[in-house]
Design a protein around this ligand. Structure first.
Ligand SMILES: [Zn+2]
Length: 422
């Protein structure tokens, strides 16, 4: 392959991200592009034009993923991209950065007519965020054949079915199987994303190499005590469901402190009955979740949590019933791609570190089926899903450069392999 010097155009990258920020601008710097809505479709049209200008052949697949491709002589594909949809009043970089940077990689290649051995596929995955109460990661799940008919028929919070939403955005819900990829032809998926957390910024690293995407286990706890008069019921004779819940919340928070336990644990939701000042609380429903990159640790925490509940129930004479909720398995990055990214970022001279992703991404869906890794850039203040979400512009350019260099390195390794086996 000819190898002219390929350069990221940092000004074009930032200008395009800034233009995209105006599509669905919700004031105060925030962005609202709910999946399949008017502004999401406008954003996809805008980015589709940039894909075309970068020499990519653009299609909207049956699941309404926006896909831009350039084929190479070797029939395998390197994939990069992210999502263009946002949460309500979200930030300008979550998802958009990974898509625009991947388009920029293609544009940088086109600028100097650089050739690759493999194909390059740039994707804006449909409905990553789970708009209007939907499950999310719709597009990436369709690509691996995991989107089911029942999900397409279900009505969202706007009383429209996911199938109708997909159709309105240019997809074809009746032919969803057509969206599924031949996964054996994908040699690498690299998603560039803002960290959405404080780890890189706190460490001073500019680039993060993601070696795993966290798994998650949900648990709901129903606590039944006895509602009673707050003035006449002696302290020793109470069955206070909220006080028991408080014990549970604090014990649950301590889970990550024991050795070989999970990374984070959060009780995020409480419903208290009757929830008035002068009645001993009789019933609490509590929703919690915990996350880790190791599936065994997610499992091992379950009996520990059950024991916490049993101990509190016995000590406070209340009932604590656990119901295990949604489980998302962790996804591990491909060691060879991780090693390639580490070589690339080390030779760039930027400070970098390895870290897990604490948030979910489309890469975690695809990463169960194809070799995957992610690259992170720092989030100012660790803030995301917020109008104040931001990243230093120089760091955004460094991340895009790392993506470009990773694609080039993966491609030349494949070209060498291919030359050997021909
Ligand atoms: Zn995202």
């Amino acid at each position: 392959m000819s190898t002219p010097t390929v350069r990221i155009d940092a000004d074009r990258l930032i200008a395009r991200l800034t233009e995209l920020r105006g599509v669905g601008a919700s004031g105060g710097g925030g962005v609202t592009r709910e999946a399949f809505g008017v502004d999401d479709v406008r954003a996809r049209d805008l980015v589709g034009g940039w894909m075309t200008a970068a020499g990519l052949t653009v299609t909207v697949d049956a699941a309404a993923n926006l896909v831009g491709r350039r084929a190479g002589p070797v029939d395998t594909w390197m994939v990069s991209g992210s999502h263009l949809d946002t949460v309500v009043d979200g930030g300008w970089l979550d998802g958009a950065y990974g898509v625009v940077a991947a388009v920029e990689v293609a544009a940088a290649l086109a600028d100097v007519s650089a050739e690759l051995a493999q194909g390059l596929c740039v994707v804006a995955f449909a409905n990553e965020e789970g708009a209007r109460g939907t499950r999310g990661m719709t597009g990436s799940r369709a690509l691996v054949g995991q989107l089911e008919a029942a999900e397409l028929a279900a009505l969202d919070d706007g009383d429209v079915s996911l199938g109708d939403r997909i159709a309105a955005a240019g997809g074809d819900p009746d032919d969803l199987a057509a969206a599924a990829w031949d996964l054996s032809r994908i040699s690498a998926l690299v998603e560039l994303h803002i960290e959405q957390g404080p780890v890189l910024a706190a460490s001073g690293a500019v680039l993060g190499v993601v070696d795993a995407i966290t798994g998650r286990q949900g648990v709901d706890v129903e606590i039944r005590g006895a509602a009673n008069h707050a003035g006449t019921t002696p302290m020793a004779l109470r069955h206070d469901a909220l006080a028991a819940a408080a014990d549970f919340v604090l014990a649950f928070e301590q889970l990550p402190n024991s050795e070989d336990s999970v990374r984070v644990a959060t009780c995020g939701h409480l419903e208290v009955r009757p929830n008035v000042r002068n009645v001993v609380p009789g019933r609490v429903v509590l929703s919690a979740e915990y996350r880790d990159e190791d599936s065994d640790r997610l499992d091992a925490a379950m009996p520990v949590i059950q024991a916490i509940a049993d101990e509190i129930a016995a000590r406070r004479s209340v009932e604590l019933a656990l119901r295990w909720g949604q489980r998302v398995e962790p996804t591990h990055a491909d060691p060879q791609i991780v090693a390639t990214i580490e070589r690339v970022v080390a030779s760039s001279g930027s400070d970098w570190m390895r870290l897990p992703s604490g948030a979910g991404h489309d890469a975690q869906i695809l990463g169960h089926h194809v070799p995957m890794a992610m690259i992170f850039v720092p989030s100012v203040g660790g803030v995301s899903h917020s109008p104040t979400e931001d990243t230093d512009h120089g760091q955004l350019a460094l991340g895009a450069r790392a993506l470009l260099d990773t694609i080039l390195a993966l491609d030349s390794a494949r070209a060498t392999d291919h030359g050997r086996t021909e």
